[in-house]
Write a protein that binds this ligand. Structure first.
Ligand code: DC
Length: 234
C-alpha cells in the first residue's frame, strides 16, 4: 500500500502533524515511537536489564504491541497514557538502541504498511523501514522550541519537569538517536526537510497535504501498487 514517512527529532511536531495528516487523507497512522515506548514499558514492568540487547530482544519477541486507531495496546491492555510518562520517555532510548528490538519492530512496521495506506512517523521510517515510500518528510525545529513543546505536553499531563531538564534530555536523546550505529536519525534521501519553528500547524498541514495529493495524481491503483511493491522483508 502507499506509505508517507515523517521522521525527525523529538518535539519537532511529528506526532501532531502525522496524526492530522492521516485524518485528512483517511490513511492509518503508524506511530512507531509508541511501539518503542510500549516495549519500554514492558521492560520496566518486567525488570529487564535495559543494557542487555539479548534480554530486550527476548522480551520484544514475547509481547504483542498493537496500534488500533488512537490507541496503544500492550498484550491487549490499553497503555496509551502510560507510555507517554516521563519514566518511559527516559528509558526508551535504551530500547531504541537495541538491534534485536529494532529488527522485531521493523518487521511489525512493514507488515502494517503492507495492510494499510499509512503515514509512518518515527526516526528511521524513510531511511530504513520504507526506503521506497511514496513521499518522505523530515520535520525539525529549534532545540528551544522543541523543549518548550515537550515541556507543555508533560505539564498538560500533570507531570512537573523543569524546562531545562526537558531541554537537556532532548539534546541527549537527539545526539544518541543521530549517532547510533543502526538506523541513525537523519533525513532520508529524497526527503523534504520542513522546519516547523514558529510556523502555524494548519499552514504546515495544508502544505504537506497538497504535496502528498499532488503526488497521488497518476498513482497506480492500490492493487497494482502492492504487486509492484518493493521487497519489504530483509
Ligand atoms: O517519537 P517518540 O518520542 O515517541 O519516540 C520514543 C523513543 O523511540 C525515542 O527514544 C526515539 C525512539 N524511536 C526510534 O528509535 N525509532 C523510531 N522509528 C521511533 C522512535
Amino acid at each position: 500500500m502507499r506509505v508517507v514517512t515523517i521522521d525527525g527529532p523529538a518535539g519537532a511536531g511529528k506526532s501532531t502533524v502525522a496524526r492530522r495528516l492521516a485524518e485528512r487523507l483517511s490513511w492509518r497512522l503508524l506511530d512507531t515511537g509508541a511501539m518503542y515506548r510500549a516495549v519500554t514499558l514492558a521492560a520496566l514492568r518486567a525488570g529487564v536489564d535495559l543494557e542487555s540487547d539479548q534480554a530486550l530482544g527476548v522480551l520484544a519477541e514475547n509481547v504483542a504491541v498493537e496500534l488500533p486507531p488512537g490507541k496503544v495496546l500492550l498484550n491487549g491492555e490499553d497503555v496509551s497514557a502510560l507510555v507517554r510518562g516521563v519514566d518511559v520517555t527516559r528509558a526508551s532510548r535504551f530500547v531504541a538502541d537495541s538491534p534485536h528490538v529494532r529488527r522485531r519492530l521493523v518487521d511489525w512496521q512493514r507488515a502494517f504498511g503492507r495492510e494499510n495506506d499509512v503515514i509512518a512517523e518515527g526516526r528511521d521510517q524513510g531511511t530504513v523501514v520504507f526506503p521506497d515510500a511514496f513521499r518522505k518528510f523530515f520535520l525539525t525545529a529549534s532545540l528551544e522550541e522543541r523543549a518548550r513543546r515537550r515541556h507543555a505536553e508533560f505539564a498538560q499531563r500533570g507531570e512537573a519537569v523543569a524546562l531545562d531538564v526537558v531541554l537537556r534530555d532532548l539534546e541527549e536523546r537527539d545526539a544518541r538517536d543521530a549517532a547510533r550505529a543502526i538506523a541513525p536519525m537523519k533525513p532520508a534521501r529524497g526527503a523534504r526537510v520542513i522546519d516547523t519553528t514558529g510556523r502555524a500547524l494548519e499552514e504546515i498541514l495544508d502544505d504537506m497535504e497538497a504535496d502528498v495529493r499532488r503526488g497521488l495524481v497518476g498513482q497506480p491503483a492500490q492493487e497494482e501498487d502492492r504487486r509492484e511493491g518493493p521487497e519489504w522483508r530483509r
